[in-house]
Write a protein of this length. Structure first.
Lengths: 308, 378
C-alpha cells in the first residue's frame, strides 16, 4: 500500500494525517477527561455524556449568534465567552441530574447506565424540538479561519491549532484541580476510601455532586471546541460515546495520564489508517485492536491501586 | 427479591400457561393478519429479552450487545434465503447471474467463500444457533476468565456491537451494507410473503418462544440456575466454595446468545429482510429495556415487557412521533428508579396479594416450594 507514493509524499501524508490525528486526539481528550472524572473517580457510567457535550455546542452556537447580532465588535473573543458559558451550563445541568437521579443509584452502576441512557434520549429530543433536526454550524471569528502553509504539501489549519491549545489548557487546568487543589484532594480521598473520607469531615455527597458537575462542565467545553471542526446536530453526541468510553477504559479508568495516552494512541492509529483504508475499516481495525487488548489486559494501560 | 427467585412452582406453571394462551389463542383471535405479523416481529425480540433475564437478572451479567447475536442469527437466515432467491434464472439481468443482487451492484463477480455453506438449510439452522454461541464463547471466555464483569463487560459488549455495525455497513459488497439483505422470497420453494405463510410462521415462532421459555425455566430451577443466582449476589463466596465461576458465566452468556440467534432468524423469516439497524448499540440497549420493563427476574414477564414496549412504540410513533423519545427516555428512568422489578414486580407485590385476598384460600398459600427438577446441565 506504500508503493504508489514517493518518500517525500509519504512524509507529507504522515505529517498531515498525524496533524488530523492530533485534532481528533484533542477532541477525544476533552470528551474523555470529563468521562474519566465521572467514571474513573465515581464509578458512574454516564451514557448522556455526549448530550452534555452537545449542550455545550448549542450554547456556543447561541452565544455566537447573539454576539453577531448584538455586538459584532466583540466577535473575536465571543468564542471564549461561549466556552465559559458552555462550562457552566453543562456543569449546572450535570449537578441537577446528580441531585435528581444519579445519587440514588450509586450502589447500582448498571442501573445508572440505563437511567442515563434514558436521560440522553430525552435530551436529544429536547434539542430536536428546540433547535430542529438540522445540523447547525457556528460562525467562527475571522482570525480562526484559514490555514498556515508549512511546505508545498503540508498545510496546518488554524482552527485545529486552537482546538489543540484549548485541550492543552483544559488538561493542565484539570490536572491542577485534581492534584494541587483542596477540592481535588477531597475528590481523590473520596475515591480511595469513602467512609474514611467522610469520617475526617469531608462532605462526600457534596464532593460527588461537584465532581459530577465538573465532569459534565468539561464535556460542555469539549462540545464548544467541537463546533470549530464540525457541525452540531441533536444526535451528534451519540456518535462519540462509544469511542470515548473505550478511550477511558483503555487508558485505565482511574488514571488521567492513561486517558491522555490512550486518546493519543487511538486517534493516531485511526487517522493514519484512514488515509490508506476506507474510514469505516480504519475504525473497525482500531476498535477491534482496542477491544482485543482490553480482553488481554482488562485493567487498561495505566492502573492506580484503589481500595474500594 | 428473594421471594421472586424461588417462586412456587404452581404459580410459575400457571404463568407459563397464561402466556401460552395469550400468544397462541388470544392474540391471533383479536388481531388481523397485518397486526399479527407485527406481534410476531415483537415476539422475536422476546427471545432476546428471555436471554437477558437469565444473563442479567439471574447471573448479574449485563450485556449491551445482545443485538449482535440477534443480528448474527438473522443474517445467517437471510443469507440462506437470499441465495435461494438468487438463482441464475431470477438474476439473469445481472452481469454475473446467480449471485445476490447487492454483490452484483458492488462489482463482485464471485460468491464469497463464507456464503457458500449457506446453500444448505441444515447448515443454516445450525449456524443460526452456533455462530452467536461461538462468538459469545470467545467474548465470554476472554472476559470472564480474567474476572472482567459489571460495567466493563457492558461497555465492551457495546463496543463490539458498534464494531459489527460499522463492519456490516462498510463491507457493502459482502453484507448488503446499510440496506441489509432484502427481497427475501421463499424458504425451500415455500413463498413466505403470503398472509397464510406469515400466520404459520407466527405460530412456529410462538411455539419456539414457549419452548425457549420452558427450557430457561428448567435452567433456572436446576442447580445450575441456583449457582448463577449465588454468583450474582456473592461471587467470591461461590468461587471459594470451589465452583468455576467463569464457566457458569460463559455458559449462561452463550445460552442467551444462542436463543437471541433463534429470535433473529425468526425475525428474518417473518419480516422478510435483515439490516444493520437491528445489530447496533441502540437496538441492543432497547432490548435491555424490554427485559427491564417485564421484570429482570421474570422469564414470563420478559414476554409481556417486550410486547408492551413495542406496542407503545408503534402506537406513539404512529400518532405522536416527536413524543416517542420522551416517553422512551422517561420509561428508562422510571423503570430504574421506581420499578426495578418491572411488571413482574408490580404483579407480585400488588396484584397477586389482592387476588389471594379475594379468593380467600389462605390455607393453600403454604404450598410446597419448588422442587428442583432433574439437573439438566450437570
Amino acid at each position: 500500500m506504500f508503493a504508489d507514493y514517493s518518500w517525500s509524499e509519504l512524509g507529507s501524508i504522515f505529517a498531515m494525517q498525524g496533524f488530523a490525528g492530533l485534532v481528533l486526539f484533542s477532541v477525544f481528550v476533552l470528551m474523555a477527561l470529563g468521562l474519566a472524572i465521572i467514571f474513573g473517580q465515581m464509578g458512574v457510567i454516564n451514557m448522556a455524556h455526549g448530550e452534555f457535550m452537545i449542550l455545550g455546542a448549542y450554547v456556543t452556537y447561541l452565544t455566537s449568534n447573539f454576539f453577531q447580532a448584538a455586538a459584532p465588535a466583540l466577535m473575536p473573543i465571543s468564542f471564549f465567552i461561549a466556552m465559559v458559558l458552555a462550562f457552566f451550563a453543562s456543569g449546572a445541568l450535570g449537578m441537577l441530574v446528580e441531585m435528581a437521579l444519579i445519587r440514588f443509584l450509586y450502589k447500582r452502576p448498571l442501573d445508572t447506565l440505563l437511567a442515563t441512557w434514558g436521560l440522553s434520549l430525552i435530551l436529544q429530543q429536547t434539542y430536536r424540538t428546540i433547535f430542529g433536526a438540522r445540523e447547525v454550524g457556528v460562525t467562527l471569528p475571522d482570525w480562526m479561519m484559514g490555514s498556515l502553509p508549512l511546505t508545498d504539501l503540508v498545510e496546518i489549519p488554524i482552527n485545529g491549532l486552537i482546538v489543540m491549545a484549548i485541550t492543552l489548557a483544559i488538561t493542565m487546568a484539570v490536572a491542577l484541580v485534581m492534584f494541587r487543589s483542596r477540592f481535588g484532594a477531597q475528590i481523590r480521598a473520596v475515591v480511595q476510601n469513602r467512609p474514611m473520607a467522610g469520617a475526617v469531615g469531608i462532605d462526600t455527597e457534596k464532593v460527588d455532586r461537584f465532581t459530577f458537575g465538573l465532569g459534565c462542565g468539561i464535556a460542555g467545553v469539549a462540545g464548544s471546541a467541537f463546533t470549530m471542526i464540525g457541525s452540531t446536530g441533536p444526535s451528534s453526541g451519540q456518535l462519540y460515546i462509544v469511542d470515548t468510553f473505550l478511550v477511558v477504559v483503555f487508558g485505565g479508568a482511574t488514571s488521567l495520564i492513561g486517558t491522555v495516552a490512550s486518546a493519543f494512541t487511538i486517534s493516531q492509529a485511526q487517522s493514519t489508517m484512514e488515509f490508506f483504508l476506507s474510514g469505516s475499516m480504519a475504525k473497525v481495525l482500531t476498535l477491534l485492536t482496542v477491544v482485543a487488548i482490553l480482553m488481554l489486559r482488562p485493567q487498561g494501560l495505566f492502573t492506580l491501586k484503589v481500595r474500594r | 427479591m428473594t421471594s421472586m427467585l424461588n417462586p412456587l412452582k404452581k404459580t410459575e406453571l400457571v404463568g407459563f400457561l397464561v402466556v401460552a394462551a395469550v400468544i397462541l389463542l388470544i392474540l391471533p383471535a383479536i388481531t388481523d393478519a397485518f397486526r399479527l405479523n407485527m406481534v410476531g416481529k415483537y415476539l422475536t425480540y422476546a427471545f432476546v429479552a428471555v436471554g437477558l433475564v437469565l444473563c442479567w437478572g439471574s447471573a448479574g451479567i449485563l450485556s449491551l450487545g445482545q443485538g449482535i447475536f440477534f443480528g448474527l442469527g438473522g443474517y445467517c437466515m437471510a443469507m440462506f434465503l437470499k441465495l435461494e432467491s438468487s438463482t441464475p434464472e431470477a438474476t439473469s439481468i445481472q452481469s454475473t447471474p446467480g449471485i445476490p443482487d447487492f454483490m452484483d451492484w458492488n462489482q463482485i463477480t464471485e460468491l464469497p467463500w463464507f456464503w457458500e455453506p449457506f446453500h444448505s438449510l441444515t447448515f443454516t439452522m445450525l449456524a443460526v444457533i452456533l455462530v452467536p454461541a461461538i462468538l459469545a464463547f470467545v467474548i465470554g471466555f476472554a472476559m470472564f476468565t480474567r474476572r472482567v464483569g459489571g460495567v466493563y463487560f457492558a461497555i465492551i459488549t457495546q463496543a463490539i456491537a458498534a464494531i459489527l455495525t460499522i463492519l456490516i455497513i462498510g463491507q457493502q459488497g459482502y453484507t448488503g451494507g446499510v440496506n441489509g439483505i432484502t427481497d427475501l422470497r421463499s424458504l425451500l420453494g415455500w413463498d413466505i410473503r403470503t398472509d397464510s405463510a406469515k400466520t404459520i410462521l407466527y405460530f412456529v415462532n410462538a411455539v419456539l418462544l414457549l419452548a425457549v421459555i420452558a427450557l430457561s425455566l428448567l435452567v433456572r430451577h436446576s442447580k445450575l440456575g441456583r449457582i448463577l443466582v449465588a454468583l450474582r449476589d456473592k461471587e467470591d463466596r461461590v468461587r471459594f466454595s470451589g465452583y468455576d465461576v467463569a464457566a457458569f458465566k460463559i455458559f449462561v452468556f452463550c445460552f442467551a446468545a444462542a436463543i437471541s440467534g433463534i429470535g433473529g432468524a425468526m425475525f428474518t423469516l417473518q419480516v422478510g429482510f435483515m439490516s444493520p439497524t437491528f445489530v447496533g448499540i441502540v437496538p441492543s440497549i432497547e432490548m435491555v429495556i424490554f427485559c427491564a420493563v417485564g421484570g429482570r427476574y421474570s422469564l414470563i414477564g420478559a414476554v409481556y415487557g417486550t410486547l408492551l414496549v413495542n406496542w407503545g412504540k408503534t402506537t406513539f410513533s404512529e400518532s405522536f412521533p416527536e413524543l416517542w423519545l420522551f416517553a422512551m427516555g422517561a420509561l428508562f428512568i422510571a423503570v430504574v428508579m421506581a420499578f426495578p422489578n418491572g411488571l413482574a414486580g408490580i404483579w407480585n407485590s400488588h396484584v397477586q396479594p389482592l387476588v389471594k385476598r379475594l379468593s380467600k384460600r389462605t390455607g393453600e398459600r403454604q404450598a410446597a416450594p419448588a422442587e428442583t427438577p432433574a439437573a439438566i446441565a450437570e
